[in-house]
Design a protein around this ligand. Structure first.
Ligand SMILES: Cc1cc2nc3c(=O)[nH]c(=O)nc-3n(C[C@H](O)[C@H](O)[C@H](O)COP(=O)(O)OP(=O)(O)OC[C@H]3O[C@@H](n4cnc5c(N)ncnc54)[C@H](O)[C@@H]3O)c2cc1C
Length: 454
């Protein structure tokens, strides 16, 4: 087998770590530069008093297979756990209300539950039903999710159900979000069946290899926490350079913040979205780096289970109309039983992006008290055993209308740079499996000239 030789990876989040793994498999000697004093990027698992605290991602979509394959390659498949499910709720009109049975990603697919639900007025229900006759909205040119869904299903279903469910994934608003880059599956459905309701109804989730079909949760994680994935990938790195900020990249050459220059056969950028432009100096990279990014604050609160109002389910989303600073609340001990000891509860609160800026400079206790106050407007909870606040400042890229074209332009420009590739959340999806896919692709692109595929 041909050997990839000296490879530098910039960034030690999931994309950089996966790139290290695939480069190692292809025979490379891997050097990884990371600006912080730790690996993992947005993945951060903390263990405290028997709790497993995920302050960033807590799992991933099971239907995207690359990450599961990677976890299996690392020998961690025995640690894979599937999320638990239960009743799904939306907090709207000052009450937790059940989502109509058969709703998939906010799209109603069953007639009677939709007729009976108290979530919508009759007018709203009738308007959503017009989806069955409305012509196709997507005409081959990117549009916002907002325009797509409002035209198909009407404002009431969008504001009450779709917007709280979908905007949380990107920590953005449907107004900004490109349908081509965020949820292209809705375009496929519309092209195929025209009606979203009929199209979603026809969909049955594929069964994941190695997972019992009776388990119905859509997410997978690792019972030691996602930090175990980071540790599993660490041995792929031959030379780990922490606390080291890379200042610029040119073909086969990187310059560190202290001015040191190092040469490599191949370089893979797996940095935060805002760094592509400054590192490469390409206008197409600057454009991607300058796109909107949002900040988020998550607050984890641990309780004795008796201190938390018992509800069947794994959490809820909150409609914007409620004027609550929280956008969603997950009962982590129900979704992922491995995260809390017996008899304890772990609640994770997500603070909406418009409330984040004024809070960012407050201390952790102030932020946690604020989140708990907002939580108590929705459900009864007592005094937490402890809380943990995490700030993600300007890190979530927003895939705005036209994002795909911007990425294509960037990749075309970068393809002219010999031996330099990029991967990570800024490009083809923010989910962990998307980042792993892009890392694999980046290593394959580097390898192509040498005829080595991973
Ligand atoms: C709160 C939150 C919850 C989420 N939940 C989920 C979830 O449940 N499931 C899911 O699939 N996805 C989730 N996501 C999205 C997912 O976590 C991220 O998209 C993904 O982890 C990004 O990985 P990455 O490697 O591209 O970037 P990052 O994890 O941001 O890593 C980039 C790394 O590059 C380093 N770096 C940057 N610039 C330089 C430089 N110049 N020199 C050296 N190092 C540099 C940074 O320090 C960082 O460590 C969530 C995101 C957030 C913020």
């Amino acid at each position: 087998m041909n050997r990839l030789n000296q490879i530098a990876i910039i960034g030690g989040g999931i994309a950089g770590l996966a790139a290290a793994h695939y480069a190692k498999v292809a025979g490379a000697h891997v050097t990884l530069f990371e600006a912080q004093d730790r690996l993992g990027g947005k993945i951060k698992t903390i263990y405290r008093d028997g709790f497993t605290l995920e302050t960033g991602p807590d799992g991933y979509m099971a239907r995207k297979p690359t990450l599961t394959t990677l976890i299996t390659d690392l020998g961690l498949e025995d640690q894979l756990v599937r999320s638990k499910t239960g009743t799904s709720y939306i907090y709207v009109r000052q009450q937790l209300r059940q989502m109509p049975e058969g709703s998939v990603m906010g799209i109603p697919t069953k007639f009677w539950p939709m007729v009976k639900t108290d979530l919508f007025t009759w007018r709203g229900k009738f308007r959503a039903g017009l989806d069955l006759v409305i012509p196709r909205v997507y005409k081959g040119e990117d549009i916002s999710l907002n325009r797509f869904f409002r035209t198909r299903l009407g404002s009431e279903v969008v504001d009450t159900m779709i917007e709280p469910l979908l905007s949380g994934i990107y920590n953005g608003t449907l107004d900004d979000m490109s349908i081509e880059s965020t949820f292209p599956q809705f375009i496929t459905i519309e092209q195929k069946t025209r009606s979203l309701i009929l199209g979603m109804k026809a969909l049955t989730p594929p069964v994941q290899a190695g997972v019992k079909p009776s388990e119905t949760g859509k997410f997978l994680s690792i019972d030691q926490g996602l930090g175990a994935l980071v540790e599993g990938l660490r041995p792929s790195i031959d030379r780990l350079v922490l606390n080291t900020y890379v200042k610029s990249v040119r073909p086969h050459e990187i310059t560190l913040a202290d001015g040191t220059v190092e040469q490599f056969d191949g370089i893979i950028l797996a940095t935060s979205p805002n760094m592509l432009g400054p590192l490469l100096g390409l206008p197409e990279a600057e454009r991607l780096s300058s796109l909107k990014r949002t900040s988020s604050l998550t607050v984890l609160a641990a309780f004795d289970e008796s201190e938390v109002e018992a509800l069947d389910g794994t959490g809820y989303v909150i409609a914007k109309s409620e004027g609550n600073a929280l956008t969603a609340c997950s009962w982590m001990h129900k979704k992922w039983p491995h995260m809390a000891p017996q008899g304890k509860a772990l609640i994770r609160m997500y603070i909406g992006s418009e409330y984040v800026s004024p809070l960012l400079h407050e201390d952790d206790d102030t932020i946690a008290s604020f989140a708990l106050r907002e939580l108590r407007r929705i459900q009864k909870v007592g005094t937490p055993l402890f809380t943990k606040v995490e700030r993600h400042v300007q890190t979530m890229p927003q895939y705005e209308v036209g994002h795909k074209q911007d990425v294509r332009a960037f990749e075309e420009a970068l393809s002219k740079w010999d031996g330099v590739e990029a991967c990570g959340a800024i490009l083809h999806g923010v989910g962990l499996p998307d980042c792993v896919d892009s890392a694999k692709q980046a290593v394959n692109n580097l390898n192509l000239k040498q005829g080595v595929m991973v």
